[in-house]
Unconditional design. Structure first.
Length: 443
């Protein structure tokens, strides 16, 4: 019992912080939640503008190229994300967090110099290397900073931050090219300036992480295990059915996010320009509004579901969240015109399901991950999310181009229902980690 970190009276709003964590540390983390999602959502949602205006790629090829780009990025994440988590167990979280933002900023700074697909893939790979570090730290640090009983609320607040970042993207950043072009800039100049502004956001975020996050903990300083051993333990943790369910939910929830970011915008832009004769910038702005509705619902849902995740069995919360997301994604089958009014209801359902899945899976893995290998376990959790994104974008791009635009959404609706069934079958075997420890001590 002496090795267990006890919560102290110090609080950040409604959240009780772990010993040694300050309000400044937690505030810095929530700043990262905003800026990370702003950057994550910007890159794929701005991609149709890049493909059309910078590279002149016809719309008939943009679905497959978008899918392959994201697929390539996820390969980079796949080979690096577990290593970032393991590295953070050895060196501390702030180094990995800051390095992730720094790499994303460098990629965004270089994007305006892209003149061919090879350079585009290289830029996406560099951005993916940084996003792998940031994604892992977003899930790991919240587990480090807040007591278990409040992690649902903490994740709900993180969801609000994520929603604010996504809304800033769709209501501010995606409107910038139209504003700049209205002031006399060419499409290339407007796109270039937009990329450079976002690179600045990434670099400021990197500096904030380096200054504001907690230094290495005593546990990290005393870590004697090698990186390979810690990584193996992260994979072995899936023997726990709770960890296994969280890994599966990560696959679904991260794949859902990728589909929204990659194919929702592409669906609206390609349909709007090809079927409605809209200019690319106007279609992109409309797509931003539709995704803004989705993210607004996510913003509203996040704190509500975060509170629910603290009050109900966390395995049940995952099952409910994945079912809600699967229903929302399946409902795209009933939408023929993504620029019409029906899309707004579908977007709202998708936003609710998307954020619920992210929160529920994150809270479950934080509950089940052992403290000594938490970074590694959450690194593998993030790796499972990467596999989900690869599936969504690799197969989804082909479905989008050769079957129907709703294809990626339908695919993950079906996969989500499979996870729901598995969850219902194994939920009675999931015992919270703190109860396991208490049982051992009592025995």
């Amino acid at each position: 019992m002496a090795a267990t970190a006890e919560p102290v009276a110090r609080k950040f709003g409604p959240l009780r912080m772990m010993q040694g964590v300050t309000a400044a540390n937690l505030f810095t983390y929530y700043v990262a939640a905003v800026t990370a999602l702003l950057l994550f959502t910007f890159l794929p949602q701005f991609q149709p503008f890049l493909l059309t205006e910078f590279l002149g790629i016809p719309e008939s090829r943009q679905g497959a190229i978008s899918g392959y780009l994201t697929f390539f990025g996820e390969i980079v994440i796949l080979v690096s994300i577990g290593g970032w988590g393991t590295l953070s167990d050895k060196t501390g979280r702030k180094f990995v967090f800051a390095m992730g933002f720094l790499l994303m900023g460098l990629a965004l700074f270089l994007y305006p110099y892209v003149t061919n697909l090879f350079m585009l893939f290289m830029g996406r790979g560099l951005f993916a290397l940084g996003s792998a570090a940031v994604t892992t730290m977003l899930a790991t640090v919240i587990a480090d900073y807040v007591v278990d009983e409040d992690r649902g609320k903490a994740s709900g607040i993180q969801g609000i931050g994520n929603g604010i970042g996504a809304l800033l993207t769709v209501f501010v950043v995606l409107q910038l090219p139209k504003i700049f072009m209205g002031n006399g800039m060419s499409a290339l100049e407007a796109g270039r300036l937009t990329y450079w502004l976002l690179a600045g956001v990434a670099l400021v975020s990197a500096a904030a992480m380096a200054v504001g996050l907690q230094n290495r903990t005593r546990l990290q300083k005393e870590q004697r295990k090698g990186i390979l051993q810690i990584s193996k333990e992260g994979f072995a943790a899936a023997k726990d059915p709770g960890v296994a369910l969280a890994y599966m939910a990560a696959f679904i929830s991260r794949g859902d996010l990728a589909i929204v970011g990659t194919f929702f915008t592409l669906w609206v832009v390609t349909y709007g320009t090809a079927q409605k004769g809209m200019p690319t910038a106007d279609a992109l702005a409309l797509a931003g509004i539709i995704i803004g509705i989705s993210q607004t619902m996510a913003l509203i849902t996040a704190p509500i579901f975060g509170i629910l995740a603290d009050r109900m069995n966390r395995a049940n919360a995952v099952i409910f969240a994945v079912a809600l997301a699967s229903f929302g994604y399946g409902s795209t089958l009933f939408v023929a015109d993504p620029t019409g009014p029906a899309i707004f209801l579908v977007a709202a359902l998708i936003g609710m399901g998307e954020i619920s899945g992210v929160i529920a899976s994150g809270v479950l893995i934080a509950q089940q991950a052992p403290r000594t290998i938490r970074g590694s376990v959450i690194g593998i959790f993030s790796l499972c999310g990467t596999l989900g994104i690869m599936t969504a974008t690799g197969i989804g791009g082909e479905l989008f181009d050769h079957w129907m635009p709703q294809g990626p959404f339908v695919l993950f609706s079906l996969l989500g229902w499979v996870v729901v069934v598995i969850g219902l079958l194994i939920r009675h075997r999931i015992v919270p980690l703190n109860e396991q420890a208490n049982a051992v001590v009592g025995h």
